[in-house]
Design a protein around this ligand. Structure first.
Ligand code: DVN
Length: 276
């Protein structure tokens, strides 16, 4: 009899023990799931991480404020309905402050110009060398109606619709950059294409029209001459450029070999004004 009772007791103890282990295991699983969920939600997307890591290099800005001013332009919106004005709060949050005589514009010479300004920031600054141009250079992004997310795939292509988030940003930033250009302004154009001053380019359609003679004194074009060059400073499209310029802004153009530009980039002892 006693043996039977102790057997039953033992069985009950074992049963209680198993139930306890199951409860503890469930609690542990719930805690892991909550922590994982919170971590994932806090975990920035790769795009956002890139934005913040590039922004933090300019340490005098509140990158969270810059991010918030940026994403309000396109989040939860039709990606073909993001006009340039949507980025006005971002421009207001990070206004351009540039030294006169240092702004460098460009068209179809992205690699050459940035290869140069990356080494000679003492001489010239492009839009992509500033915080706003730097954090988004080479990136694609868009939002979607009904979502709070930032997408980097499935976004409209550059020419798919005019008011897409990427194109509107670059047009708005280019306009703001041109608005603060002053003194001697430089532009690097390509001698490797038929129409170095292409009227559909951002340089021609957005930036040049905003050079104001009350601020900008000269526009100096550097025509990059490569092995395969087909144009130079005598190209007819440059006539259109001079006609687009605000009255009172003087114009010059110099054919400069790519090798000379690279040499100037590599030798900081060459004074900025002696590069070409
Ligand atoms: O002065 C510069 C600088 O301030 C910039 O903000 O605007 C001027 C350069 O713009 P641009 O005159 O239109 O010169 P590009 O070379 O025709 O175009 C510059 C960039 O815009 C391209 O490099 C593209 O950027 P990406 O993809 O290389 O990071 C982009 N872009 C222009 N037309 C495009 C295009 N991207 C895709 N499809 C197109 N049709």
């Amino acid at each position: 009899m006693e043996h039977e009772q102790s057997r039953r007791l033992g069985k009950q103890r074992r049963k209680r023990c198993v139930i306890l282990i199951v409860i503890v295991a469930l609690i542990v699983i719930v805690i892991i799931a909550v922590v994982l969920g919170l971590t994932l939600r806090q975990k920035k997307s790769e795009f956002e991480s890139t934005f913040f890591s590039r922004c933090e290099k300019f340490n005098q800005y509140d990158c969270k404020k810059v991010w918030d001013a940026f994403e309000q332009a396109y989040v939860n919106k039709d990606p073909c309905n993001v006009p340039v004005e949507a980025y006005d709060p971002l421009i207001a949050e990070v206004p351009f402050k540039l030294d006169c005589n240092k702004t460098m514009f460009w068209s179809k010479t992205k690699d050459v110009v940035h290869g140069f300004t990356a080494k000679r920031s003492d001489c010239f600054v492009t839009l992509e060398d500033t915080l706003l141009g730097s954090v988004l250079d080479g990136l694609t992004w868009c939002g979607k109606e009904g979502s709070k997310g930032t997408f980097t795939t499935g976004c409209p292509k550059w020419s798919e619709c005019v008011n897409n988030p990427v194109r509107s940003f670059w047009n708005r930033a280019s306009a703001a950059f041109a608005d603060v250009a002053c003194g001697d302004v430089t532009a690097m154009l390509s001698g490797s294409i038929n129409t170095p001053f292409n009227p559909t380019s951002a340089f021609a359609s957005v930036e040049v029209p905003r050079f104001n003679a009350s601020r900008v004194k000269n526009l100096n074009v550097v025509m990059v001459i490569q092995k395969n060059n087909i144009s130079n400073c005598t190209d007819p499209s440059l006539k259109n450029l001079t006609q687009t310029l605000d009255t009172g802004i003087t114009f010059s153009c110099k054919d400069v070999s790519e090798s000379r530009i690279q040499e100037c980039g590599a030798k900081p002892e060459i004074a900025c004004g002696a590069c070409w």
